[in-house]
Design a protein around this ligand. Structure first.
Ligand code: 5GP
Length: 182
């Protein structure tokens, strides 16, 4: 059985939607809950989507070696608490991390046995559509996001498996099969 699976991919590709669907349809699958310095969005609960901490709290976790990996993303920091992941892996239970590309690279280095899954958009046009979103952002911001997305898409070759996000349900099933969860 694959024990540690990492789901990553470009921003805007729909990683958090996939994870929300796994949470809904497969509550028995344990998902790592990350720590973040970002403020909660409406509907987010401390301990469910994230553990929300301030900068000093995050600094402390880094200094004490409590994070398996961490990265800065769009002005906030995000990290995976080490202990709950290691406890589950020690018991032979599957673990799923949904993290950004920088985090996935750190896991690749520190845990080479992990299965790295790249979530890809159905097409470049579809990713552009999702990133541009409601069209409320100025053109230069959109350009910056698209430049970042081009770089992020090029990371696909570093991954073990690519799943194309055509249907959230299909991606969930494929991911669960890769994790050997029935
Ligand atoms: P959001 O703020 O939209 O919830 O997440 C922003 C980005 O942070 C997403 O790409 C998400 O995958 C990533 N992320 C969430 N948790 C972690 C984590 O623990 N570590 C890393 N490296 N990235 C994370």
């Amino acid at each position: 059985m694959r024990r540690l699976t990492v789901l990553s991919g470009p921003s805007g590709v729909g990683k958090s939607t996939v994870v929300a669907e796994i949470r809904r349809a497969h509550p028995e699958v344990w998902l790592s809950v990350s720590v973040t310095t970002r403020a909660p969005r409406p509907g987010e609960t401390h301990g469910v989507q994230y553990f929300f901490v301030d900068d000093a709290g995050f600094d402390r976790l880094v200094a004490e070696g409590e994070l398996l990996e961490w990265a800065e993303f769009a002005g906030n920091r995000y990290g995976t608490p080490r202990r709950p992941v290691e406890d589950r892996l020690a018991r032979g239970e599957p673990v799923l991390l949904e993290i950004d590309l920088q985090g996935a690279r750190q896991v690749r280095r520190s845990m080479p046995a992990a299965l790295l899954v790249f979530l890809a958009p159905p097409s470049w046009e579809e990713l552009v559509r999702r990133l541009v979103g409601r069209g409320t952002e100025p053109p230069e911001v959109i350009e910056r996001r698209l430049d970042a997305a081009r770089v992020e898409l090029a990371a696909e070759k570093e991954f073990d498996v690519t799943l194309v996000n055509t249907s959230v349900q299909d991606v969930c099933l494929e991911l669960l099969a890769l994790m050997a969860v029935r």
